[in-house]
Ligand binder design. Structure first.
Ligand SMILES: C[S@@+](CC[C@H](N)C(=O)[O-])C[C@H]1O[C@@H](n2cnc3c(N)ncnc32)[C@H](O)[C@@H]1O
Length: 219
């Protein structure tokens, strides 16, 4: 199931401009290896948000090969980024990618399960809050990631959650895919209900890319 019309997406993507040559090459490498990375539409929305918000300290959950972390570092020349991944295939490639570019020096790479790493950060580092969070990892754990990220954020911080529409399956009751996927859909729906019900959050859900939730904490 498609969320958006393919022709419209292709048309909009024809206007996509990579931030620089490194990211263009990295995107091509990810795509050639079928490695998950932010879609062009998602990158475009993040670009304009980052320009406006100018966050200085970014937390990312879900590194993969490090594309989006490098994108944050290149888009914001003074920002510090913490990114978390546990994937044994992803970790060595992301490490190499971060070492290959000068921007990688501003990226802290935490290797392990995100819930465990976030609990550790809460214990050790509450005094260095984040002002922007990007959640792009295990789809059934967004609430666990979000609740922990909230404890690590300053008031007024901004959170972007990727893949909230799960290729449209979240709205298609006829879906009969694998059990794991159905579980992911169930937990994602619960997460969206949760953020929507919280009166203290400003939430906007977009159908761009694979669906994005933009969330702002109260000042
Ligand atoms: C969609 S990819 C991230 C793509 C990346 N943000 C980019 O755009 O370049 C999701 C990543 O989350 C990682 N992941 C999934 N669940 C995780 C968890 N519980 N803890 C840490 N990493 C996790 C996977 O290993 C995978 O590399």
């Amino acid at each position: 199931m498609n969320i958006t019309n393919d022709k419209v997406t292709d048309f909009l993507n024809s206007y996509y401009k990579p931030l620089d040559k490194d990211l263009a090459e990295l995107r091509a490498e990810n795509e050639a290896n079928n490695v998950p990375l932010i879609l062009r539409e998602t990158e475009s929305i993040l670009s304009i948000l980052l320009k406006q918000l100018q966050p200085e300290h970014i937390l990312e959950i879900g590194t993969a090969y490090g594309y989006s972390a490098l994108f944050f570092a290149k888009a914001l020349p003074n920002a510090r980024i913490t990114t978390i991944d546990r994937g044994p295939v992803m970790i060595p490639v992301a490490t190499r990618n971060f070492e290959s570019y000068p921007e990688g020096e501003r990226i802290e790479f935490l290797k392990g399960d995100a819930v465990e790493m976030l609990d550790k950060l809460i214990e050790e580092r509450k005094d260095d809050p984040y002002d922007f969070v990007f959640i792009d990892a295990g789809k059934s754990h967004y609430k666990e990631f979000f609740d922990r990220a909230e404890q690590l954020c300053r008031p007024g911080a901004f959170v972007v959650c990727d893949n909230i529409l799960m290729r449209g399956w979240i709205v298609d009751r006829s879906y009969e895919g694998g059990k794991r996927h159905r579980t992911n859909i169930k937990y994602m729906k619960q997460f969206l209900d949760y953020i929507n019900e919280r009166e203290d959050l400003t939430v906007s859900m977009l159908s761009s890319g694979d669906g994005l939730a933009l969330i702002k904490f109260n000042e």
